[in-house]
Design a protein around this ligand. Sequence first.
Ligand code: FAD
Length: 479
Amino acid sequence: MIFENIEAFRASGFAPRIGIVGAGPAGISIAHMLGKANIPTVIFEAGGNDYSDESQDFYKGKVIGDPYFDLDVTRLRFLGGSSNHWAGWCRVLEAHDFLPKPYVPHTGWPITRAAIEPFLPQAFEILGIQPFTPDIPISADMRQFDLIKSDHVHFGEKFMPELGRNTNIAVVLSTEVQTLIGDGRKVTSARLWSQGAPAGEIVLDYFVVCTGGLENSRLLLWSNEQSNGGVVPNAAALGRYWMEHPMYTGGDAIITNPDAFAWDGDGQAFLTPTPDAMAKRGILNFHIQIETNPYPGIKGYVADLACLMPEWTEWISEQLSLHLRCTSQIHVAWEQAPRPDNRIMLSKTDRDAAGVPRIELHWTKDELDHRTMLEGLRMFGETIAAQDIGRLRISDWVRDGSPYPDGMELAGNHHMGGTRMSTDPATGVVDADCKVHGMDNLFVGGSSVFATGGQCTPTTTITALALRLGDHLSRVASS
Ligand SMILES: Cc1cc2nc3c(=O)[nH]c(=O)nc-3n(C[C@H](O)[C@H](O)[C@H](O)COP(=O)(O)OP(=O)(O)OC[C@H]3O[C@@H](n4cnc5c(N)ncnc54)[C@H](O)[C@@H]3O)c2cc1C
């Protein structure tokens, strides 16, 4: 059932047991599971069916530290959430991503990848992708992996027919959960805000916060403040350990033996290190994206030389009236260490229209970020040279430690951490079941629960974790 507003929902008399806050990929995947189990569930979605400036304004905030995207641009606040503008790249965290790296503090999850594996086939079906092909070893240190460019499913559009038909699921649009109220053991009610005004409270058996990788922390920080610590009783880690996937163009390469790689339809190939290779260099996970710019004939030779002798190429290009670049651009994206000082805080001065403090995101890259990027590029350069399949020229700014350039990719729009999963409430907010430590009926879905980020895009793992949480909740609610 779809309700355009809270009045229509109330008039229906529907009595849900579980409340999901937010209808993005995480919230919708959980509702999909609860719908199949016939557990009466309501999803409150702050936005409407489409983008609106008014709704998007709630996402404005401030970034302190390194340059980052505007917070109202890096996410979307309407039905389907940021899946309305995601790029569709799919990949699941690897088994080794869940394990601790002894040389980096706070790494390691309380679950292994085996916990999400039973849900992967269903996640792939939802995302419309085939299982990933096996990795191709390129050297002892690096392997090529399959990053699938999917048809970027818009979760709202895809699931509304199904959720609309299901009489056990209510999707209530244009209605935000403004505050959760808790007594230190349970969330006792949720305060709603709809169409510019307070819209009363709702009491439910269970609540699941799925408002996105920035907003989950904001809603819980604000709610906790309003209930004097009654919503997240162990709040030491709340908002902290926030992570992104920084990404930059880090060099140019000549690929002399293209047959060494399996190119995707866009002429791209993706490489990642083995766990041993990372450990040897004391770095985190990363991936190298090789993007070919093929030129035929003589142009190709000159463009190859552009990687090694840029000044000479400029001269000859001028003589030939050509505009040539090196044949392959090398992009690098990497995993950040979970650091408590990279964090989401509530602004002391700025509030949204519902009176909730806006986000202040404190985010910097550190020495390990730079080392992971530089050593990752070196590992790639050494790999292709040793195999005699190409040569890499690392960009000067990477080698000499100059500031990160402006106007490049910056990061993946992947918002991870803030309510991370941990067995210890001192370093995490949720337990292995995504339940908030110390609370009986409060759960969190989405990449805010990621303990570490790995090197890959998050939404496939978000979907699998959400299906797992939906399955868990359907059993908890039936018992
Ligand atoms: C430009 C771009 C490209 C991307 N490309 C990729 C990619 O290629 N691959 C990949 O894996 N990921 C990609 N992502 C990330 C991907 O979009 C997110 O990982 C995914 O959308 C997160 O899903 P979510 O359900 O956790 O949160 P969201 O998608 O943010 O959904 C949260 C929902 O909660 C609602 N909401 C917020 N606050 C409240 C409230 N208080 N009450 C009720 N409802 C609320 C919002 O309106 C929204 O619908 C990209 C993101 C961007 C911005």
